[in-house]
Design a protein around this ligand. Structure first.
Ligand code: BDR
Ligand code: CA
Length: 311
């Protein structure tokens, strides 16, 4: 069982990623840290608590982190995720309490004292991790690997060249890329191949349990803007790719490269500049191919099981 921390900004696709992780016995989700991103922090933390409650996983502690990026003002994505961040679902007010510890302090404390290095799944802007690394760089030794959804190689989604998570806090992303921690980089070039087609949504819809119903409802609303602008049938399901990678790395291939973030040009701010030259360090494992059907089969299977994994 792999111990992981999930850093996220739910967000519809973050919520689906949480469902996949919390329904997977191969993963021990030790904590969820939340950041401002798709919607402001007050909503991302609320959404994380609602999803854990829906899954009957009240055992997983949730920590609220940074309410804004390091340098820039917060940009949100209600056009994709709706006003609440989970458009399409009406979930009860969460009763699961938020932890009183700040997410950055939780990361520092946990990563400084963990007996074995942990994996961190990052699904949102990298502010929490960057602040923790700035405050205490030695925590890098407590991280086995960061598996990250962020960036684009051939295109962006919030600007022609920048992807949302990196664009929201490009300075934080650069801190993380400079850290020397092993990183697996899952970009838009991969996630745009993992589309929510009607057949895939129908397979989730027909499961007919409380969790799959919420998944189908939020995915039904999600990504209409993306579908229109990309001209695709179905929208890219970004963040679950990170969890799928941890569960089934055989569904992906990677190559070793080098990633830097553009921090000064107004035109290309937040672009991830990716080199295939593996001689440069620190190197990054860049995901190159994905088997999308395998990801949806895995997700559908895990949503089918209505038994809770709660302890
Ligand atoms: C990323 O941005 C967010 O809107 C999604 O949750 C995902 O993490 C995709 O660019
Ligand atoms: Ca996200």
């Amino acid at each position: 069982v792999k111990p992981i921390i999930i850093d996220c900004d739910p967000g519809v696709d973050d919520a689906i990623a949480l469902m996949l992780a919390l329904r997977s016995p191969e993963l021990d989700v030790q904590g969820i840290t939340v950041v401002a991103g798709n919607v402001p922090l007050a909503l991302t933390q609320r959404n994380a608590r609602q999803i854990c409650e829906l899954l009957n996983r009240r055992d997983v502690p949730i920590y609220a982190g940074c309410p804004r990026p390091l340098v820039r003002s917060l940009i949100t994505a209600e056009d994709i995720h709706g006003k609440t961040g989970l458009e399409g679902a009406t979930l009860p007010d969460p009763t699961l309490p938020l932890q009183t510890t700040h997410a950055v302090n939780y990361l520092i404390d946990t990563l400084s004292t963990t007996p074995a290095p942990l994996t961190i799944a990052t699904l949102g802007p990298l502010t929490n991790l960057a602040v923790a690394l700035i405050q205490k760089p030695e925590i890098a030794e407590g991280i086995e690997r960061i598996v990250m959804m962020g960036g684009g190689i051939t295109h962006g989604n919030i600007t022609p060249v920048a992807e949302f998570n990196i664009y929201v806090d490009p300075h934080a992303a650069q801190v993380v890329f400079d850290s020397g921690i092993p990183i697996t980089f899952i970009s838009l070039d991969i996630t745009h191949q993992v589309l929510t087609t009607p057949a895939r949504l129908a397979a989730i819809q027909t499961l007919g349990n409380p969790v799959s119903e919420v998944a189908a409802a939020i995915l039904g609303h999600y990504g209409k803007v993306d579908e229109q602008r990309l001209g695709t049938v179905g929208a890219p399901l970004h963040d679950p790719c990170v969890i799928a990678y941890l569960l089934r790395p055989d569904l992906f291939t990677t190559y070793r490269g080098y990633v830097q973030v553009e921090l000064s040009s107004p035109l290309t701010l937040g672009q991830t500049v990716v080199s295939r030259d593996a001689r440069e360090a620190p190197w990054v494992d860049i995901v190159d191919t994905v088997e999308a059907e395998g990801i949806y089969e895995l997700l559908t299977k895990r949503l089918e099981n209505s038994d809770s994994l709660s302890v």
